[in-house]
Write a protein that binds this ligand. Structure first.
Ligand SMILES: Cc1cc2nc3c(=O)[nH]c(=O)nc-3n(C[C@H](O)[C@H](O)[C@H](O)COP(=O)(O)OP(=O)(O)OC[C@H]3O[C@@H](n4cnc5c(N)ncnc54)[C@H](O)[C@@H]3O)c2cc1C
Length: 547
């Protein structure tokens, strides 16, 4: 995948996609695989916005039983399976446990019935998945068993626990990147740090976009028969900037913490929050929202809180107060955690769409229940323009399928598609023989691309140099990110391509070592290196960085 601006400008694409979060990258993959000539541009780095900030649960939609929304459940189950089979190395089964209580809606009997329905509706949930990725049916456990997992669960009315299985996206950023890389294998053209300024229309239809190359500071134009607006929280803003009518969508700021303590190292635990953001639309139970405590990378994610957000999307930030609110709530739900501010090593923050109707009660947030897929021609807008507003990372495959159908379905016959555009750049150096253990670790991060990464590691003595042992990173991987995955900044490498810093700072020494490798490859001077290190450290503000 190369950043070639002239290749974006010198032809007319079937579709240009704006935004490379999970929705944009999945749409790019779906269309490119179906034979469309696709360009995709992103104003920041790939998958650096909302999609990098999720709680990483690929939901099968058990919760939607409360709304009796079986269609949405089916979509979630199918989408979860699609992501799990596309990038199995980046997803693992996640047991999710909630305590059962009394004789009401959270009782053992009701949860058992819910699991029966869930397993029936999701009977094909494992179709095509490798055995170790398959999701077992839900089950009920007794009080003694839940006490082993959560010894400090104190409420006397707890009768046991209910466990169901979802997917845990170990690395949300690399999943989106894998969709993008595969789209490029099918011939798509991609570029990061390209901000679309305007969707261009003529005679009632779209003709492409105008944009700015933020690295070169130069304008560019891309011609295309269709424009797919996957700009996430920015989608309406971009329509307005283009002089096009935009729906009014209100947003909530959503925040998670990552902390150095765990309740369980094997399963996610859901505890009912006493905070105000309740699910008022539930048909069956209008309870408090569940806070999830999710084991991840030997740490624990806690989330999610929601607060109404009225400002421009670029202004969304997690404040110290946001982090403290979650900390206090977590401590009140499971007091023996005794979390302190210094236990927080990372946080996630992004915008999610709210429902049109909100309760008057201050502090409550009703989240949107359905994604938007707008074919603008249907509402008097230009032909060829489609805008998306997703509500879950999980359901991006379903929405991408809808976009393909809107555009008219598959283009070229499968035989022609199979090899179309798939080309392999020359090998960077000698073939490498790495220890089986190291190859396995590379496979866990890169899947089938591990062999290619190993070639970079083996290309020179410097390629083998360790930049960090725990988590692991070798210099050859950094060169691979730059040459084949379009890493342009230190943050691209640290926060997304390698995942080294996506759960806390790897420390200044490591950042400087990686910056040195990038400087040699990209001709950075000392000032640039310092700026890059400072930019990565800025991502952890307002946390206290070690050392
Ligand atoms: C805290 C939190 C927890 C969550 N937890 C979960 C969860 O556990 N499971 C789940 O399924 N979902 C979860 N979600 C929801 C999920 O993350 C989102 O629904 C999903 O990531 C949205 O993806 P997107 O591609 O639409 O948006 P984004 O990822 O924001 O992508 C849009 C992209 O468009 C780019 N862009 C914008 N304007 C322009 C422009 N003018 N030119 C070029 N590019 C542009 C942006 O830079 C951005 O990269 C969570 C969300 C949050 C915030």
């Amino acid at each position: 995948m190369k950043r070639e601006i002239t290749a974006l400008e010198n032809r007319t694409f079937d579709a240009v996609i704006i935004g490379a979060g999970i929705y944009g990258t999945l749409v790019a993959w779906r269309l490119a695989k179906a034979g469309y000539q696709v360009a995709i541009v992103e104003k920041g780095d790939f998958c650096a916005a909302t999609s990098a900030n999720s709680l990483k649960i690929l939901h099968g939609g058990l919760r939607y039983l409360q709304h009796l929304d079986f269609k949405r459940m089916r979509e979630s189950i199918k989408s979860r399976r699609e992501i799990m089979s596309f990038a199995p190395h980046l997803v693992m089964p996640l047991p999710c446990l909630v305590p059962t209580i009394g004789r009401g809606m959270r009782s053992r009997l009701i949860m058992k019935s819910a699991f029966l329905a869930n397993d029936l509706i999701g009977r094909d949930r494992n179709l095509g998945l490798a055995r170790e990725k398959q999701l077992p049916p839900g089950r009920i456990m007794g009080r003694a068993e839940i006490k082993k997992i959560m010894p400090d669960l104190s409420r006397r009315e707890i009768t046991g626990g209910a466990v169901w299985y979802d997917g845990l996206a170990v690395n949300t950023e690399r999943i989106a990147l894998e969709y993008l890389l595969t789209a490029c294998d099918y011939g798509a053209a991609a570029a990061n740090y390209i901000r679309v300024d305007r969707i261009v229309t003529k005679d009632g239809g779209v003709t492409g976009i105008t944009a700015t190359d933020l690295l070169a500071g130069t304008p560019l134009a891309i011609r295309a028969d269709r424009v797919i607006n996957c700009a996430g929280p920015w989608f309406a803003e971009l329509l307005r900037a283009s002089g096009l009518p935009a729906p009014r969508v209100r947003w909530a700021k959503a925040v998670n913490l990552v902390v150095r303590k765990q309740i369980s190292d094997t399963c996610a635990v859901g505890l009912e929050s006493r905070a105000g953001d309740r699910d008022m639309d539930a048909v069956v139970k209008r309870g408090g929202r569940l806070y999830f405590f999710v084991p991840w990378k030997g740490l624990m994610m806690i989330g999610t809180t929601y607060h109404r957000f009225e400002q421009a999307p670029d202004r969304v930030r997690a404040t110290r107060e946001d982090l403290l609110t979650i900390l206090e709530e977590a401590n009140s739900l499971y007091p023996s955690l005794r979390l302190e501010y210094g236990d927080i090593c990372f946080f996630h923050c992004g915008l999610v769409p709210m429902a049109d109707k909100q309760e008057d009660e201050p502090g409550t947030v009703q989240l949107a229940k359905h994604p938007l897929v707008i074919d603008h021609a249907d509402t008097g807008g230009p032909a060829g323009l489609v805008s998306l507003c997703g509500i879950k990372y999980t359901t991006a495959p379903t929405i991408a399928g809808k976009v393909l159908r809107l555009l008219g379905g598959e283009k070229s016959p499968p035989a022609a598609r199979k090899t179309a555009g798939i080309s392999r750049p020359p090998s960077p150096g000698r073939p490498v023989s790495l220890a089986a253990e190291r190859l396995a670790a590379l496979h866990d991060r890169y899947g089938h691309r591990a062999v290619r990464v190993a070639e970079y590691i083996g290309a020179s003595r410097d390629g083998e140099r360790w930049l960090c042992r725990q988590p692991d990173l070798q210099a050859g991987e950094v060169v691979y990110f730059i040459r084949e995955e379009m890493a342009e900044t230190l943050a691209d490498v640290v926060l997304r391509r390698s995942g080294l810093g996506d759960a806390g700072s790897p420390g200044r020494d490591v950042l400087q070592r990686i910056a040195e490798v990038m400087a040699a490859e990209l001709s950075w001077d000392t000032t640039r290196k310092e700026r890059e290190v400072a930019a990565v450290e800025g991502r952890y503000y307002p946390l206290v960085l070690p050392g």
